[in-house]
Ligand binder design. Structure first.
Ligand SMILES: *Cc1c(COP(=O)(O)O)cnc(C)c1O
Length: 427
């Protein structure tokens, strides 16, 4: 109907240049309403590479990002790829990741927060950016002004955008993506609210439903049939919208696991973790060949030889069973090495695994290098990723760390703290 045809026009313009997809009134200066105020965006500062004194750093391999994008694309059945870069690009640094993926031909980005969208726009990203979280407090105007696409799931959000158009502050319609809850019970219009919601939004000329989305709860579990159920509900939702004259140009539901299982590859897909080379599957099953993009390395900063029976670290939770050589490495839980790795995880030195001994402390961790003959202060110590050295090639995956810490690779990646500078490398 009327709303959807003007929406598709907007979409086409958006594809050319999302920053110009909405026209603005020139009378910005006369706007005094609270809704139009300039927004200061919270931006926590991370240690910059140039400030790095300590040898602890996260290295992000940009070629791995591109290779993973190709792998994901190979599974996506021609769907547009809208890469998910929430939480600072899963800890990799969203602007650098976005620039790399944009150049590699990604079709759009998804972020959780308005602030994250602003960061990408400020970094010069031109492709569409979808803000998925839906907290638009006083920033409706800024969302539109910055060419960000809001996800909506309640009428108050939609009304906020409609009001802006009615006030003349912006030209409508504002394109939005509608989120429906098909089984995650987190965000989205519920199936019960849907008929009423759709009736209301279909009558609003100020917004157009460019996209329709939902999110999988269990796509990473091979045995579950939740995903089929969610897809069936999603089809119902499309019918309800169609009856109201709304035919979204972009339907999307698949996360990384969905793409690899070829479940929900529609107009677009929303992969996140797979682009960073970490398996989305709960089993840690790598599925397709992915390349872990992040490598976290530090160095041995101290070495000591201790007799058998020596207590190591806080609480003496490790007691040496033999005369041992203990190395201290410059990374601790405040950097994102989970304390749950105390007496459990390994760290690579000279290409070989050395066990973590004693409690991981805030800034440092001790490892037993008795079997790494020649281990010295200044040796590289790899906490996550690959290392080649005189004793061979070792690899520690995010999934391995996650399994020790009772969590998922997602949390391991996003926990590498802002104290750790990110360095970007081509191969
Ligand atoms: C995080 C997220 C994704 C991406 O999930 P991955 O498992 O990292 O691929 C997709 N959609 C939504 C709504 C998300 O929150």
């Amino acid at each position: 109907m009327r709303a959807s045809s003007s929406c598709s026009l907007l979409t086409q313009r958006g594809n050319d240049n999302p920053l110009e997809c909405v026209a603005f009134r020139a009378a910005l200066l006369s706007m005094t309403s609270d809704a139009l105020r300039e927004v200061r965006v919270l931006r926590p500062k991370r240690a910059a590479p140039a400030d790095a004194v300590r040898p602890t750093r996260a290295e992000v391999n940009l070629a791995a990002l591109r290779a993973n994008l190709r792998t994901v694309r190979g599974f996506a059945d021609g769907a547009a790829i809208w890469a998910v870069l929430k939480a600072d690009g899963y800890g990799h640094g969203a602007p650098a990741v976005a620039r790399t993926l944009e150049r590699a031909g990604v079709n759009g980005f998804c972020v959780a927060l308005f602030e994250e969208g602003v960061e990408l726009r400020d970094a010069g990203i031109r492709v569409p950016i979808l803000v998925m979280g839906g907290y638009y407090g006083g920033v409706h105007y800024e969302i539109v002004r910055r060419g960000l696409v809001p996800v909506v799931y309640d009428l108050a959000q939609v009304e906020g955008f409609a009001r802006l158009v009615r006030s003349g502050a912006i030209d409508g319609p504002v394109r939005v993506h509608l989120k429906v809850d098909t089984g995650m019970a987190r965000l989205g219009v519920t199936m019960r609210q849907l008929p009423q919601f759709v009736t209301a939004i279909a009558q609003m000329e100020e917004v157009c439903v460019e996209g329709l989305m939902s999110h999988f709860a269990s796509a990473d579990e091979w045995g579950s049939d939740d995903t089929e159920r969610q897809l069936a509900l999603f089809d119902e939702v499309r019918l309800v919208l169609r009856h109201a004259g709304i035919v979204p140009a972009l339907c999307h539901v698949a996360n990384s696991a969905g793409v690899f299982r070829k479940m929900g590859n529609m107009d677009a897909v929303r992969p996140g973790i797979a682009l960073f080379g970490v398996s989305p599957f709960a089993s840690g099953d790598a599925g397709p060949q992915l390349q872990q993009a992040m490598r976290v390395r530090t160095e041995v900063v101290a070495l000591r030889d201790v007799p058998a029976g020596e207590r190591i670290g806080y609480g003496g939770s490790y007691i040496t069973r033999r005369a041992s050589r203990i190395a201290t490495v410059a990374m601790g839980y405040a950097d994102g090495l989970p304390r749950l790795l105390s007496n459990r995880g390994d760290i690579l030195v000279r290409g070989r695994r050395s066990p973590i001994v004693g409690a991981v402390s805030m800034d440092m961790t001790m490892i037993d290098v008795t079997d790494i003959e020649g281990a010295s202060v200044r040796d590289e110590a790899v906490v996550m990723g690959a290392q080649e050295g005189e004793y061979g090639r070792g690899f520690i995956s995010a999934a391995e760390i996650a399994s020790h810490a009772g969590t998922v690779g997602y949390e391991v990646l996003t926990s590498i703290s802002r104290r750790v500078p990110r360095f970007y490398r081509e191969p």
